[in-house]
Design a protein around this ligand. Sequence first.
Ligand SMILES: C[S@@+](CC[C@H](N)C(=O)[O-])C[C@H]1O[C@@H](n2cnc3c(N)ncnc32)[C@H](O)[C@@H]1O
Length: 345
Amino acid sequence: MPKIFFVVSGEHESLPFSELEAILEAENVSYRVLEKHTQVLVLEAPKESVKIIADRSALTRICAVEIFRCRAEYSEIIEEAACSPIEDYIREGESFVVRVKRVAGSSPHLSTIKLERKIGEIILSSVGKVKVNLFRPEKTFFGVITDDYFFFGLRLAEILPKPFVERRPKKKPFFHPSAMPAKLSRCMVNLARAKAGDLLLDPFCGTGSILIEAGFIGCKILGCDAKRLMVKGSLRNLTYYGLKPNGLVVADARKPPFTYADCVATDPPYGRSATTMKSTTKEIVYETLQVLAQILPKGGHVCMASPKTIGLSEIGKELGYKHLESHFVYVHRSLTREIAVFKRE
Ligand SMILES: C[S@@+](CC[C@H](N)C(=O)[O-])C[C@H]1O[C@@H](n2cnc3c(N)ncnc32)[C@H](O)[C@@H]1O
């Protein structure tokens, strides 16, 4: 199996790595983690994993098959570039470009422009009958400097965050201040190990951000919200994107009219912009997780967000779930979200 390195978003230190591994797990791809550095994950994984990640990840940016790796020093990089089999990755007559990026703060003594130029010259002189095309190259060689290392390979995919920006809450026909950004919603769907054809439930659907992202990866979607206004708004947003829910009803998440879901991704109310309707967030989270255990199959996953202060992971464990991971996402001075992933045992 080839070595593939993934450059991920720097907006959170652990979520992008977990999202990537959760996608591979959901899609039944076997892989092995070889190295983890700031914003770079190196895997031994089949080439098909690149398309899978590119099709559904919110937080991965670049996927490249590794040609060489070394310490982030000019002499080592140039030596490795000169003796690596780069000719195996480009054919006679093809055009190429070399792009080098630095993960913020890594090896500041290296110039990315100098490296691009120098490696480009090595490819031109060692491969022969290939040409540089800066704007529409057939092959893009990609290097990344992270911590004290340099990874170099052939870029197989570049994932742009633009579609998520275009689906931000304010761009949707129905807006509410409690809405979750599309990127985080997709990430939560991925952490819930959802895959195409699965039935994903969001029992606090709000404006439908999570259901929309699940619908985009081919899940069947099921939602409820205690507020009629939100259910109507959710349906309006889903319809806008051409998505049809399998069920969307006004209901209390603690007494849902559903008997089955393959997985759950959800963001219960915090009692700020979204009402907790006279209960506390802690009570709602406890009672909802309790009822979800009856709906999910054994091995089914729940990805839930809540304010850090309620101790989400402890509640899940107390209810008999296996707690797989928690990520803490700073929102503002008085709110840090815990995003926890549980597996029903
Ligand atoms: C944080 S918002 C969800 C935001 C949603 N993820 C989105 O992106 O729009 C929480 C939602 O839970 C709803 N809610 C509050 N208590 C509820 C309950 N007991 N059962 C179901 N929904 C409830 C609120 O009306 C609100 O729409």
